[in-house]
Write a new protein. Structure first.
Length: 463
């Protein structure tokens, strides 16, 4: 070869090699990546993955942390040994590390490492879990093996290859399938999407809001096949599911304002026939309602004497713990007075006659701002009228589905037990009977045997 020509070719090779080398070095991944979503900030991303904003900025050489482009991929620090693209998802009801492992075709051991999990208590509905983004076929349906069935029979019922199901569900042998753990599979495109974590027979299962807040009403909705029978419990309270006629089953449950913040138990059983059923149990998080303390109050000592107040509490609990399966109201609740002005809000901690803050206010107190009229906030049936020690002249209305409203301290009661009332109908007159420091209406709402914040019912439509 001509020597000058050889030198030119050799120099050109060196120039090409070293000119592209720095660009390639910048593309080398030093950790797993995350694809920025619309609305993401570095603070949100750092919170999702449990890392610091400064570490994200440093490892990605971010010059302006206020400018993030949706679709841009950034490296997540502190996850040595993990590669690929990651996302952070909220764990839905019914999900476990095992089901998430199967769904994402990702080993449980790697999920534990990725999320630095040290205890099963850390995996609960509503918590955030780091998960890999994969190109695997989406396993978006579930089915339960019923007693006496084999995995071959179960697979045939959903038109699936049993051997593929065994592999996808990480089963070493077909007989190792556990009836307590649903099998996941890829549904047909014409099948309705099913929330992974939902039970067999259901397409979705969710709380209206997670985490749960002290003193609030929780709405639990399941959607699925017609004719199902659902039972369950939340924080020790039995759940009552009512079909809505459109494939939904809804339960309304109150969480006490005195429930300790932390994890509480949730369980659900779904029955299609006597031999075709499935159940789960899971932890859900209750957060503080951050209720303030009321100024100390001075009241008649008899109205805080347990000899009188405990029988009253038992009477009210007995009234409000019954369940009428029909919904008697429609739409949103209205205020029970003409010109609502609050004297005291729900949940505030109270102290009487120099005692301790062991009590809380179980309703809304309306002052006298327009007139003395008290109205029904929604349709229902009057189930109690009469004098009580603390509540004075009181009325309770059953609205169905475990929802009750109570009215205390009335000067006069204008309805009788058994009366049907409509929203806006006058039912009483504001007074100062019972444990009071002045004239007002005490209004409370009970959801399945628990007092809840009435403001929720003024701002939202249930069920």
């Amino acid at each position: 070869m001509n020597k000058p020509l050889f030198v030119i070719i050799f120099l050109s090779f060196l120039l090409f090699r070293f000119s592209i080398s720095p660009v390639f070095a910048q593309d080398i991944q030093v950790g797993p990546t995350y694809t920025i979503q619309p609305g993401d900030t570095l603070g949100v991303i750092a919170s999702k993955f449990g890392v610091s904003i400064d570490d994200i900025i440093t490892i990605n050489n971010i010059e302006n942390p206020n400018i993030l482009a949706a679709g841009q991929q950034i490296v997540i620090p502190g996850l040595e040994g993990v590669t690929g693209n990651l996302t952070a998802e909220t764990i839905p009801l019914g999900s476990s590390l095992t089901s998430l492992s199967v769904k994402h075709q990702f080993p449980v051991s790697m999920l534990i490492k990725l999320n630095k999990i040290t205890s099963p208590e850390e995996v609960y509905a509503g918590s955030s879990l780091i998960l890999p983004v994969t190109d695997q076929i989406s396993l978006n349906r579930s089915v339960a093996i019923q007693p006496g069935e084999s995995i071959l029979e179960t697979a045939a019922q959903v038109n699936q290859n049993p051997w593929i199901m065994i592999l996808q569900n990480n089963l070493e042998k077909s007989w190792l399938a556990n009836p307590a753990i649903p099998l996941l599979y890829a549904g047909n495109s014409n099948e309705p999407a099913q929330q992974i974590g939902a039970l067999p027979f259901l397409t979705s299962l969710y709380f209206d809001k997670l985490p749960i807040i002290q003193g609030q009403t929780v709405k639990i909705t399941a959607t699925g096949e017609q004719g199902l029978y659902l039972t369950g419990s939340l924080s020790g309270k039995e759940l009552h599911f009512s079909p809505t006629g459109d494939g939904r089953y809804v339960a309304l449950q109150g969480i006490s304002a005195l429930t300790d913040p932390g994890l509480v138990d949730f369980s659900l059983a779904v029955k299609k026939t006597e031999t075709s059923k499935f159940e789960i149990s899971q932890k859900v998080l209750v957060q503080s309602g951050f209720y303030p303390e009321d100024p100390p109050l001075s009241v008649d000592p008899q109205t805080i004497d347990p000899i009188y107040t405990e029988p009253e509490e038992q009477t009210v609990k007995q009234i409000t713990s019954t369940f009428t399966p029909q919904q008697l109201w429609s739409g949103q609740f209205r205020d029970p007075v003409d010109d609502p002005c609050y004297k005291s809000i729900f949940g505030v901690r109270r102290i009487y006659n120099g005692g301790a803050y062991l009590n809380y206010h179980g309703g809304l107190d309306y002052g006298v701002c327009a007139n003395l009229n008290i109205y029904a906030p929604a349709a229902g049936t009057v189930v109690f009228t009469g004098p009580l020690t603390a509540l004075g002249n009181a009325t309770y209305i059953d609205h169905g589905l475990g929802i009750f409203t109570g009215y205390g301290h009335q000067a006069e009661i204008l309805v009788n037990i058994g009366d049907h009332v409509e929203p806006g109908q006058q039912i009483g007159i504001i007074g100062a009977t019972g444990r009071v420091t002045g004239p007002h209406l005490h209004w409370e709402i009970w959801a399945n045997g628990v007092r809840v914040n009435p403001v929720q019912w003024l701002e939202n439509t249930y069920p």
